[in-house]
Design a protein around this ligand. Sequence first.
Ligand code: MGD
Ligand code: MGD
Ligand code: SF4
Ligand code: MO
Length: 691
Amino acid sequence: MKHFTGVVSAVCPHDCPDTCSLRVSVEDGKAIKVSGNPDHPPTNGVLCTKVSRYTERTYHRDRLTQPMRRVGAKGEGRFEPISWDEALKLAAERLAPIAARAPEAILPYSYAGTMGLVQAESVARFFHKLGASLLDRTICASAGAAGLKYTYGASVGMHVEQFENSKLILIWGSNPIVSSVHFWTRAQEARRRGAKLIAIDPYRSLTAEKCDQHIALKPGTDGALALAMIHVLTQEQLIDADYIARYTVGFDELRARAALYDPARAAAICGIPEDVIVALAREYGTTKPAAIRLNYGMQRSRGGGNAVRAVACLPSLTGAWRDPAGGLLLSSSGFIPVDSVSLARPDLMPGWPSRQPRTINMSAIGDALCHPGDDTFGPKVEALIVYNSNPVAVAPDSVRVAQGFVREDLFTIVLEHFQTDTADYADLLLPATTQLEHFDVHKAYGHTYLMVNRQAIEPIGEARPNTEIFRGIARAMGLDEPALYETDEQIAESAFDWTHPALRGGSHEKLMHDGWIKARIPDAPFAEGGFPTPSGKCEFFSKRLLAEGLDPVPDYLAPHESSERDPLLAERYPLAMISPPARNFLNSSFVNVDSLRSPIGEPRLDIHPHDAAYRQIADGQRVRVFNDRGSLELTARVTDRAREGVVVGLSIWWKKLAADRRNTNQLTAQALTDLGRAATFYDCLVDVAAA
Ligand SMILES: Nc1nc2c(c(=O)[nH]1)N[C@H]1C(S)=C(S)[C@@H](COP(=O)(O)OP(=O)(O)OC[C@H]3O[C@@H](n4cnc5c(=O)[nH]c(N)nc54)[C@H](O)[C@@H]3O)O[C@H]1N2
Ligand SMILES: Nc1nc2c(c(=O)[nH]1)N[C@H]1C(S)=C(S)[C@@H](COP(=O)(O)OP(=O)(O)OC[C@H]3O[C@@H](n4cnc5c(=O)[nH]c(N)nc54)[C@H](O)[C@@H]3O)O[C@H]1N2
Ligand code: SF4
Ligand SMILES: [Mo]
């Protein structure tokens, strides 16, 4: 491998629905270029701007190349290099006594720095063996996933390829030019073939400005819009009664609920004209095939789960599913039979399956780390192991998060490529390999291919794969569970359930040989119902929700921070802040890559001219954005891209690379969504003043 020259087939590891196939050109052991694989249909030879710079990130001067131990004060970010033997011994010495006394005081924290099933999902087995606390992984998609689960039965929907043939595409809470460029290519092709594209988004995003129509509703009000559409569709008989009768349950209850949301009421809630809502419903009900590309933007406020449910009802009401180019796509990950038990090995947990350790919600990590421990919470968190994530930058209510991380009595290990904001708080900082330096297998959530990532180059410096690091800690702790020592290749062998009908004709060997396999999913998966719910139908009415004591029919739930819920707060902080992804970054990844950060320069806040004038704020001026949780300084961009009453701070900046060492999560809250216990990043009232 050291002097290898040639092309290696890899997979983009990032949290993006497109999961591209990469071709890595290697010369004499060095990766020269990463390009999109032209043979892989979803990738079609194209990569986004950021991952085209993957070699710049891989060989970045700031890559962590050696294990390091903290020498400065907690959070100061001063370290000294140590050997791997010393590092693993230190980890073992600190973790072993906690594991023996109160294993739940150990908390792993991870998200989707890599989506590899080996380098991400399988690592949980180490923590299960210890009996460590479980992490509720809610920071991104769990409200939407719950919304789909209670309606369709799983995260399932249209094939991305089929959007090319749609005649109407609602791009709802989604900015695909930024976050799913391969879907956007399909949408443009549909447009060339005569389709109309409508963006539903409080912000005139790069995508919204290119659509035929842009409906700029207030953040967190999508549930009301969808219910008003249902109201119009049912009133005007723009529904498919046959599809409803055969393949859905709860139509009467849904119709009764929607009756409460006539277009006038929804218009007042959403802050958009009534006739726009009526026209949208009529267009949706009369255009065939009509498709919805839903994304996560709309589920990051209190009612996000219900909102996704309400939108998800639409294609079943109109029978849009009958056509392969009709229906809805939020995530298709539920089609792929990943063998999570073989990967994560929950059976290693002491007492499994009757007893499980406590679960800590990652979206409230600030409160969890600051909690002193008691009978209901259980033991105080004493050891935190962070991998594949940068919580000090990305988790909500950052002031509180930092308060937790800075605790002197918390032992923190961080596995990273770079010295991120989180790494600054480590006691032990361990260098991890990037996707070019390790092996993995992947599934996607925006297409239905299983894929193999082959190692292209030797690890940089002394970096090691996550799996290898945990094998090392397990060995240093003297753990004698064979599953903890499986090689990456052995782990990959059991990553998928090859007996599942979707993988008929496939095998691990075939996957290794071919590099990818497309799961067998019908083109129009729900043309004749067959939803993976308990009833086998699309559940407008969910008995499961009822059994959990929740509303069985979708409703609109006003944001936590809104005049409906908290008029006094809304008076003090009249602007709603959203902080959706920036084009050149992938969450907080790539912010430290100069060629991607320098075109943006500095973090900004988009504010509507009226809101700016009222506060005597000029374009380009430094402003302070604040609420009771915190404040930060940004440069104002006065623009009607942000609708009135909404300010937009494209995220997620590395704090330490901002002038005031802060980012928008200074302001966001730890409050959770209605379903899925998810984070509510876009449910956040603020005010703005000249700095
Ligand atoms: N370049 C880039 N790509 C990314 C990411 C990134 O950081 N950068 N992040 C990745 C990750 S982790 C994820 S989860 C996905 C996210 O992917 P998406 O969910 O598609 O996120 P965005 O692309 O930002 O689109 C969200 C849009 O929703 C809008 N929005 C905000 N609040 C609301 C609301 O209440 N209702 C409606 N209707 N719209 C609202 C925002 O203004 C924004 O334009 O993207 C992935 N891809
Ligand atoms: N204000 C605001 N906050 C948000 C959001 C928002 O829209 N607005 N979006 C939220 C969403 S949708 C998400 S998904 C989260 C994302 O939060 P995270 O999943 O934490 O994503 P990143 O910020 O990209 O951080 C991933 C880290 O993992 C590291 N990494 C990558 N590969 C590996 C590996 O193989 N091994 C190890 N050890 N490390 C690796 C990277 O270097 C990077 O620092 O942020 C959330 N935070
Ligand atoms: S971030 Fe998305 S679009 Fe970019 S290379 Fe990765 S999978 Fe493809
Ligand atoms: Mo995400």
